[in-house]
Design a protein around this ligand. Sequence first.
Ligand code: ZN
Ligand code: FE
Length: 255
Amino acid sequence: MHWVPVAALSDNYIWLVADDEGNAFVVDPGEAAPVEAALKERGWTLRAILLTHHHADHIGGVSDLVREHDVEVYATDDPRIQPKNHFVADGDIVELESPKASFRVIAVPGHTRSHVAYYGEGFLFCGDTLFSVGCGRLFEGTPAQMLASLDRFADLPPETKVCCAHEYTASNIRFALTVDPDNDALRRRRDEVARLREEARPSVPSTLGDEFATNPFLRVDSDAIARWFAPQAGNVDDRVERFAALRRAKDTFAA
Ligand code: ZN
Ligand code: FE
C-alpha cells in the first residue's frame, strides 16, 4: 500500500491510501480540493471514503468527492454524518474491494459520542481520538469513556501506524514534558518533531509503540503520571481521576 497524509484546512491531515494500481481511499476528507490535487498528482482513482466522526473538518469534502467520483462512503449511524451509504458499528469488518483491504471498526466514544477508529493493514485511523503525544478534547464524552476508548488500542501491534487527523504534535509535546519531564523517549520525540517541522514535514504517522512510550494519555498507569498527579486533590490510585486531571490540565495549557 502507498499512503500520504494530505494537508488540509489549517492543521488537518486527510489520509490517502492506494494500491499499486492506484485504487485509493481517503479517511476524513474535511475538504475536497487537496484530495483532488493529490489524486491527480499521482494518477490515483478514488474508490472509498472512511469517516471517523461528524465534525466539519472531517466530513466537509465528502459531498464534493461523492459528486465527482464513484465512491462508497463508510460511517457510523449518526444523522450528523451525511452523505454515506454504509453504516459501520463496533466490531464490524469493512471489506474494501478496491483497493483490497479490510479494517476493523473500533467504537471510541469520548471526543464525540459516535466516533469510531479503523484498524487494519498496519494502519490505525483514529481521527480525533488519539493524536501523537495527545488525545482529543472531550466534547461529548466523559474521561472514563475516553480512557476506555484509548485502552482499546493497547492490544494492537506496536508497529501499527497511528494515522491521526491533526498536526498537533509539537504543542502536545510541550504539554507532555510538563507532566512527564524525565521521559527520554519523549525528549527524543521532541527533537525528532522539531527537525521534521523545521523541514515542513508531517510529524505523523508515529507508531503505537512510540505513543505508548511518549503519550501521557496512554501512560496514566505509569509512575511518572502518578508522581505528577500526587500533589493534587483526588485519589492517586484512581486511573480515571488521573486521566481526567491530565485532560483538564491540557485543556488549559497555553501551548
Ligand atoms: Zn473532531
Ligand atoms: Fe478534527
